[in-house]
Structures are given as structure tokens and as C-alpha cells.
Write a protein that binds this ligand. Structure first.
Ligand SMILES: *[C@@H]1O[C@H](CO)[C@@H](O)[C@H](O)[C@H]1NC(C)=O
Ligand SMILES: *[C@@H]1O[C@H](CO)[C@@H](O)[C@H](O)[C@H]1NC(C)=O
Ligand SMILES: *[C@@H]1O[C@H](CO)[C@@H](O)[C@H](O)[C@H]1NC(C)=O
Ligand SMILES: *[C@@H]1O[C@H](CO)[C@@H](O)[C@H](O)[C@H]1NC(C)=O
Ligand SMILES: *[C@@H]1O[C@H](CO)[C@@H](O)[C@H](O)[C@H]1NC(C)=O
Ligand SMILES: *[C@@H]1O[C@H](CO)[C@@H](O)[C@H](O)[C@H]1NC(C)=O
Ligand SMILES: *[C@@H]1O[C@H](CO)[C@@H](O)[C@H](O)[C@H]1NC(C)=O
Length: 473
């Protein structure tokens, strides 16, 4: 087994004798979908196929026997509920995204192993689940009134974020691009003319960069009668790169942390899930979350990935994934969870850009290293992450119902879903301190000038439930 000496040694040589993976957290974007413009976006069959395919790629890495990155002790064929935790916001497109991914992760048993797929009843009859032994992987939908909503959707119902994101429109960068691209955008009017709220060419501008890119990109793929089919690859590339910059601009600004609050909570959620794997000594093996591109972008900024590779300024392709894996480097493959996790465990970050991209590792937090020792990861994460709903309520100045609990000295019990709720429950004790934070956040919010619904904002997957955020879609 591992001694404290082997960690630096292996790090220096860069060649691990044997690596053992104990768990991972995977965050996925939806695949191809209908346009977001009307707020009723849905995963298409192509999109479901993409998420399914990527789920299969993670199966090949973490689950299939013989894979050098197989998670220690994970069930190969039968889904085991204690090993996998999957969650998505209660929004059709993201629930379906997670489902398609999970279908790839644990496909129907008939195709994997017919002997496992069928059970013989006492009267001699064989029974197989519908759809060739389809496996029902449990998926935890998270309502936006639950404190757990912040781990994946920390930007929703967060006034401080909305203000910060909208203030991108006040920046010199925004104003310059707006002016420089005016005629470029107006030229696309015929392509979006059928969209009711684009009434004249001047309605098209960099302020709507993502919306215009999205309408044209979707129409080019799906709409046989749309004039957008004549938009060239080169033009689409320009529309996309402009949308990249507008969306990144709204979701990260080093000197304005509120713009990436959703990355801070996401990082808190990742820490909570990895820590569950650690504290359960490897019982929880894989956590899957489905979320939005803006969380990817904010995280790319927050984790210093844009410094590593400027490609991180770009929108992640459909069905993109980020993974955080917990592993150890040993002289020989480990057979049990490390007795001393702090000494043995490391965390590696991977990004896979859509279905085609490779799963590549990138150094987090400007470390320059392929992986970080677990205590180091925890330390670096804690300086950046929001790890409690109470802290989020304070930072956001949010008025959502569950935030009220942190402003009164009366802890409410958090419903434990076996997932991230414990992280929330753990902090409710500190109500008094947090109440003060919450109050300060609220005052700060009142002092800020309320801006109208800004274009270019770019919430992904805004569900119809988000009444108060409608102006931003
Ligand atoms: C039931 O399934 C088992 C295992 O796949 C197989 O050996 C057996 O022949 C099947 N029995 C019937 C009645 O189909
Ligand atoms: C065997 O038992 C199951 C469950 O009671 C029943 O659905 C099935 O029809 C039975 N098969 C035969 C051949 O009796
Ligand atoms: C980033 O934030 C700073 C401080 O609020 C602001 O001055 C600057 O214009 C912002 N830059 C962008 C591109 O939004
Ligand atoms: C497809 O394009 C046509 C022509 O622009 C438009 O009238 C129609 O609404 C579009 N269909 C969809 C589903 O967007
Ligand atoms: C991990 O979870 C345990 C048990 O809930 C807790 O005591 C500990 O502080 C957590 N560690 C981190 C890094 O979150
Ligand atoms: C992912 O692919 C998109 C093109 O779809 C590109 O713009 C972006 O820069 C890529 N991101 C990374 C990190 O490679
Ligand atoms: C990483 O980014 C943070 C801001 O998010 C910045 O303060 C820090 O200097 C960066 N570190 C490196 C090594 O790039």
C-alpha cells in the first residue's frame, strides 16, 4: 500500500506504477436541442443520442472490466443504487439529459449479459425487464425551491448574479463589440425574420449574441425551410465566437466574483460529492449532474482553466462533460480504499468537449499539475467555493423561500435525499452568523441599481417555472 513517500516520488517521475480510481463526479451539458428562444427547449433524438454516447464513454472509462481507469469495486453490469448518485434540476431537458447519459452508463442488461438480464421464476418462466432488460437508474430531480438547487443552478434566483452578469453590458469590451458588429448582425435579419420578437434588422446585435447564434445554429440543423440554411460555416463560426465572448463575459470577471457565483456553488457541490466518497470509504462511487453551459464557463474562469488554454473561453459543445476523479498512485493496484485518505488520495480534472473531444486532463487553480493531493484540492476549493445554502443566500441576497430559514434563529430540518443535502444540513447550526451574512447581502442588493432584463445574458434551460427570471430569457 501507499506510504507518504511514494506520492512525491511518483509525482516527480510522472509515471504511476498503478493508479486506482475510487470515485468520480461528472457534470454534463445537454446534447442537441430545439432553440432556447421560446423557453420550451427540449432534447432532440440527436441530443439524446449524444448524451447516451457520452454516458457510454464514461462507462468505458469507469465501469467496464479491464479499463485501467475502472472505479474500484463498481458493479460492471447491474446498476447498484448505493454506488451511483444522479441529479438534475427539475427541468425536462436536463432530466432527460441525465437519463440519456445514465442509459449509456448502465445500458439494458440483455445486450450486456443475457444471463443476468433474465430471472428464472419458480415455475420455470424466465422474466426480463421491458426494453431488453432496461435498467432504471434513480435520478434525483431538484426543485428550485430546494436548497440543493444551488449546486447545479447557483445562478437562478440569485439577484447578485443577475446584476453582475448584466453589468457586462456596461464594460468597454461589450460596447466596442456592439459597435463593431452592428452591420454584421443586421445582415442576419432575413434568417430570423420569422421569429416574432425580431421586428427589424436593428433588433439584431451583439447584445443578443447567444440568442441569434442559437436560433441560426438550431435552424441550420433542423429546419428544412429556414433561410438560415444559407448561413455559411464561416459566418456561423463568427456568430459562435461572438456568442462565446458574450456568454463568457456575462459569467466570469476576475474582479467581480458575483458573476461566477454558480461556479462557486458548483465547486461546493463537487466537493460535497467527492467528500461523500471519501467519508463512505468508497461506497459512493459515481455522482452525475446535468447542468448548463454557463456553469461550465463560470467554472473555467474560476478554476483558472482559461489561463491554461484559451479554448476554455469558448462555449462547451453539446453533451460536453467535466469530471473530477479521486484516485491514488501506488506501487501496485490497490484492492481497498486507502486507510489514510489524506495521504493517499489525489483529484484530477478532465474535460471532454462534446461527443468527439477526448477526455483530457487539465490543471486546476493555476497549479500546473495534472492532479492535486486531496487535502490540497480541499484547501484550494474552500477558498473559492460556496459550500452552504446559507452562504449562497447571503452572497446572492436571494429572496427564495428556503433563504428565509437562514434569516431567523430557527433551524428547519433539511430533507435528506442521500445526496448533497447533508452539506446543507451541516451548516444550519450556524444560523446566527449566517443570518448576519444574509442581511448584509440583502442590503447590498438594495443598494444596487436594478437593471432591466438584459439580453446577452444567456441562461441555459430556463424552465417555465422561473417566473421572476422571465425577463432575462
Ligand atoms: C431461462 O434463462 C436461462 C438463462 O439465460 C436459460 O438457461 C434457460 O434456458 C431459460 N429458460 C427458458 C424456459 O427460456
Ligand atoms: C409463472 O409465474 C408468473 C408469476 O406468477 C406468471 O406471471 C406466469 O404466467 C407463470 N408462467 C406459467 C407458464 O405458468
Ligand atoms: C469586470 O469588472 C470590473 C469591476 O466591476 C469592471 O470595471 C469591468 O468593466 C468588468 N469587465 C467586463 C468585461 O465586464
Ligand atoms: C422554420 O423556418 C420557417 C421559415 O423561416 C419558419 O416559418 C418556421 O417557423 C421555422 N420552424 C421552426 C420549428 O422554427
Ligand atoms: C466531509 O464530510 C465530513 C462528514 O460529513 C465532514 O466532517 C467534513 O468536514 C467534510 N469535509 C469536507 C472537506 O467537506
Ligand atoms: C470546445 O469546442 C468549441 C467548439 O464547439 C470550441 O469553441 C471551444 O473552444 C472548445 N473548448 C475547449 C476547452 O476545447
Ligand atoms: C487564478 O485565478 C485567480 C482568480 O480566480 C487569481 O487570483 C489567481 O492569481 C490565478 N492564479 C494563477 C496561478 O493563475
Amino acid at each position: 500500500m501507499l506510504t507518504t513517500l511514494t506520492v512525491p516520488l511518483v509525482g516527480l517521475l510522472g509515471t504511476a506504477a498503478a493508479e486506482t480510481i475510487y470515485g468520480a463526479v461528472v457534470f454534463t451539458r445537454h446534447g442537441d436541442r430545439t432553440t432556447k428562444h421560446y423557453g420550451a427547449q427540449a432534447l432532440t433524438s440527436l441530443g439524446a443520442t449524444q448524451n447516451f454516447q457520452v454516458g457510454g464513454d464514461y462507462r468505458a472509462r469507469y465501469i467496464t472490466a479491464g479499463s485501467p481507469k475502472r472505479i474500484l469495486g463498481i458493479s460492471e453490469f447491474n446498476y447498484v443504487s448505493s454506488q451511483v448518485y444522479a441529479t438534475a434540476p427539475d427541468q425536462g431537458i436536463l432530466l432527460n439529459t441525465a437519463t440519456a447519459f445514465l442509459q449509456g452508463l448502465y445500458p439494458p442488461l440483455q445486450g450486456l449479459d443475457p444471463a443476468i438480464a433474465s430471472q428464472t421464476l419458480n415455475n420455470g418462466t424466465n422474466s426480463t425487464s421491458p426494453l431488453n432488460g432496461y435498467q432504471y437508474v434513480a435520478l434525483q430531480g431538484v426543485n428550485n425551491n430546494s436548497p440543493d438547487t444551488i449546486w447545479i443552478k447557483g445562478d437562478d434566483s440569485c439577484p447578485a448574479y443577475a446584476e453582475a452578469a448584466a453589468s457586462f453590458d456596461d464594460s468597454a469590451e461589450f460596447k466596442t463589440r456592439l459597435a463593431e458588429t452592428k452591420s454584421f448582425y443586421e445582415g442576419f435579419y432575413p434568417d430570423v425574420q420569422s421569429v416574432f420578437d425580431y421586428k427589424s434588422p436593428s433588433d439584431l446585435s451583439y447584445a443578443k449574441a447567444y440568442d441569434i447564434f442559437d436560433l441560426i445554429n438550431v435552424a441550420r440543423i433542423h429546419n428544412a425551410t429556414s433561410p438560415a440554411r444559407d448561413v455559411t460555416d464561416e459566418q456561423l463560426f463568427q456568430l459562435r465566437t461572438l456568442a462565446d465572448s458574450a456568454e463568457f463575459g456575462s459569467n466570469y470577471n476576475r474582479s467581480q466574483p458575483a458573476r461566477s457565483i454558480h461556479a462557486e456553488t458548483f465547486l461546493g457541490g463537487v466537493l460535497a460529492q467527492l467528500n461523500k466518497t471519501v467519508t463512505s470509504a468508497g461506497k459512493l462511487k459515481l455522482s452525475v449532474m446535468a447542468g448548463s453551459y454557463d456553469t461550465f464557463q463560470a467554472f473555467f474562469g474560476l478554476a483558472n482553466l482559461t489561463n491554461v488554454n484559451p479554448d476554455f473561453f469558448g462555449l462547451p459543445a453539446y453533451a460536453s462533460t467535466m469530471a473530477f476523479e479521486l484516485f491514488s498512485d501506488d506501487d501496485e493496484a490497490a484492492t481497498a480504499f486507502p486507510a489514510d485518505p489524506d495521504a493517499a488520495l489525489r483529484v484530477r480534472f478532465l474535460f471532454k468537449n462534446g461527443t468527439e473531444g477526448a477526455m483530457s486532463s487539465f490543471p486546476l487553480f493555476g497549479s500546473g499539475a495534472d492532479s492535486l493531493a486531496w487535502p490540497d484540492f480541499v484547501g484550494q476549493t474552500k477558498t473559492r467555493a460556496i459550500t452552504s445554502a446559507a452562504a449562497w443566500c447571503g452572497a446572492c441576497g436571494s429572496k427564495v423561500d428556503f433563504c428565509a430559514a437562514y434569516n431567523v434563529a430557527e433551524p428547519t430540518s433539511s430533507d435528506d435525499k442521500g445526496g448533497m443535502s447533508n452539506a446543507v444540513a451541516g451548516v444550519i447550526g450556524a444560523v446566527v452568523t449566517l443570518g448576519v451574512v444574509g442581511l448584509a447581502g440583502g442590503v447590498l442588493f438594495l443598494l444596487r441599481r436594478r437593471r432591466g432584463g438584459s439580453a446577452g445574458k444567456g441562461f441555459e434551460e430556463k424552465g417555465s417555472l422561473h417566473g421572476s427570471d422571465k425577463g432575462l430569457v
